[in-house]
Ligand binder design. Structure first.
Ligand SMILES: NC(=O)C1=CN([C@@H]2O[C@H](COP(=O)(O)OP(=O)(O)OC[C@H]3O[C@@H](n4cnc5c(N)ncnc54)[C@H](OP(=O)(O)O)[C@@H]3O)[C@@H](O)[C@H]2O)C=CC1
Ligand SMILES: O=C(O)CCCC(=O)O
Length: 487
């Protein structure tokens, strides 16, 4: 194996069920490859329906004592887990970069970002307050308590293999739930390493279970089980819709963090240097593979040429390569299929009249997983890049004339996750923030994610919020108790 770790015991290839590291029942494995080199780095147990059902039963059993622990005790254990994650930040970042590809500096950032959710929810665990409500009659009293929803299924993607899982497991455990997790088959090593540290922190056997492998079987077992009371998912809108359908048979609560089509609007009165800086981080972070990445850059006609020139200059400084090499700012895309998808979007735009200002030859898609950062100008709404999530380092730049036109273009999508705009006008800041149909708005800011804020979308970008003071609600049920005969 090619991952150099200070603590090699963090590298696990078995499933984690009821505190045991186990092979799959049929001994099958899936191969994990480094997208930078194509090299196989590990073979991980490929589990299916029976292992999932077993994990669900253990999780149910383990939850009985976990939820009874005083909130402060759960909080202390979560705090310990946070500390262990940060103590092992470098090893976790190495694992992440080798299996996912992102530059090592970004991987370190992701580990800290995920750990912040664990720290945050360790604190929030102690603040699950109820209510007393004025009753309709003098002899009655009404009290509301909040209780853990039950065993939670977490399904997470490959683009943030550490942080997406941390931000689901942490609130679930803080609320008193247990979890059965299915990380993406491309990137399970980061998830399994988190489990090693959870165990060391004292999280009891069965409270966290992690398995991957036979995706459809696992998905069906998780969604059809009456024991699982909630599914939290981050991934594509298509799979999210399928999972919502599957959850209908047992009426599960869902949190869905799905696709985006983020507009990034630059008004004539923007600080252009600030806007370019914001566009670079928002568009090219993780090689453009985030659901909050700027997807459509909309620039007002008065500053269009100036913005394009400045962005092209900034893009020239980005270097593409193996994420482990210092100085690399854009790693590989996750698979060759991802390369082909991104390339076909660029080709479609160019064939319909767009101009490729930066980027490599469009005649043939790259043979490996590296894609040169691209900028497209003269882009129009009939091109696929206007409607589809690009998930790659390609910036299509559209031109608009008026504020109303920009807002209409921005809202002309079934998605509603993140959006961004740049202006120095205070009235416009409020007007446009309120008019944009999105769950999150970055104003003169290209990076909006943090554990203190509610992350989530509207429309087909999903439901529920992760992080913030609202983030625990998704893992709690409200129970109302009516006491009578008290006169
Ligand atoms: N909103 C976001 O953050 C993300 C959006 N995407 C978008 O989706 C596109 C495709 O990416 P992709 O990786 O295929 O995303 P998916 O939505 O397919 O994968 C996300 C997670 O869902 C799992 N999954 C897939 N199908 C099922 C199923 N039937 N039952 C249960 N679990 C399932 C995957 O498992 P497995 O890995 O085994 O397939 C993975 O763990 C991207 O190009 C991007 O546009 C992708 C990732 C994240
Ligand atoms: O792309 C995603 O899956 C969402 C994570 C991005 C973030 O938290 O900023």
């Amino acid at each position: 194996m090619s991952i150099q770790l200070q603590d090699p015991s963090l590298l696990k290839t078995q499933a984690y069920i009821n505190g045991q590291w186990v092979e799959s029942d049929d001994n099958e494995t899936i191969q994990i490859t480094n997208p930078s080199t194509g090299e196989m780095i590990a073979e991980v147990a490929s589990c299916g329906e029976t292992e999932t059902n077993r994990a669900i039963e253990f999780a149910e059993e383990a939850m009985q004592s976990w939820k009874q622990k005083p909130a402060k005790e759960r909080a202390n254990i979560l705090r310990k887990w946070f500390e262990l994650v940060m103590e092992n930040q470098e090893d976790l970042a190495q694992i992440l970069t080798v299996e996912q590809g992102k530059p090592i500096a970004e991987a370190r950032g992701e580990i800290a970002y995920g750990a912040n959710y664990i720290e945050w929810f360790a604190e929030e665990a102690k603040r699950v307050y109820g209510d007393t409500i004025p009753a309709p009659a003098g002899d009655k009293r009404i009290v509301c308590i909040k209780q853990p929803i039950g065993v939670v299924a977490c399904i997470t993607p490959w683009n943030f293999p550490n942080a997406m899982l941390a931000r689901k497991i942490a609130p679930a455990l803080a609320a008193g739930c247990s979890v059965v997790c299915k990380p993406a088959n491309e990137t399970p090593l980061s998830a399994l390493a988190l489990a090693v540290l959870a165990e060391r922190a004292g999280i009891p056997a069965g409270v966290i279970n992690i398995l991957c492998g036979k995706t459809i079987e696992i998905g069906k077992a998780l969604t059809q089980s009456p024991i699982i009371r909630k599914l939290t998912f981050t991934g594509s809108t298509a799979v999210g819709k399928l999972l919502i359908q599957q959850c209908a048979s047992t009426v599960k609560k869902t949190t869905m963090e799905l696709g985006g089509n983020a507009p990034f609007i630059v008004f004539d009165d923007a600080d252009i240097d600030q806007a370019v800086q914001g566009a670079i981080v928002s568009k090219y972070r993780n090689a453009g593979q985030t659901c909050v990445c700027a997807n459509r850059i909309l620039v007002q006609e008065g500053v269009y040429d100036q913005f394009v020139a400045a962005l092209a200059k900034a893009v020239e400084t980005l270097s593409v390569g193996d994420g482990l090499k210092e100085g690399v700012s854009i790693g590989p895309l996750i698979t060759k299929t991802a390369i082909d998808n991104v390339h076909s979007l660029v080709k479609d735009a160019v064939e319909k009249g767009a101009n490729l200002v930066a980027g490599s030859d469009i005649e043939t898609a790259p043979e490996d997983c590296f894609y040169q950062p691209a900028i497209l100008t003269d882009v129009s709404e009939d091109m696929r890049v206007f409607r589809e999530e690009i998930f790659g380092p390609v910036a299509p730049i559209f031109k608009f004339s008026t504020e109303d036109e920009a807002v209409a273009m921005a809202n002309d999508t079934e998605f509603g996750l993140a959006c961004y705009f740049y202006t120095q006008n205070l009235g416009r800041i409020w007007r446009v923030s309120e008019a944009l149909e999105y769950g999150m708005v970055g104003v003169n800011e290209g990076i909006i994610s943090n554990e203190m804020a509610p992350f989530g979308g509207v429309k087909e970008s999903g439901n529920g919020r992760e992080g913030s003071k609202y983030g625990l609600d998704d893992y709690l049920e409200i129970k109302y108790i009516c006491m009578g005969g008290l006169a």
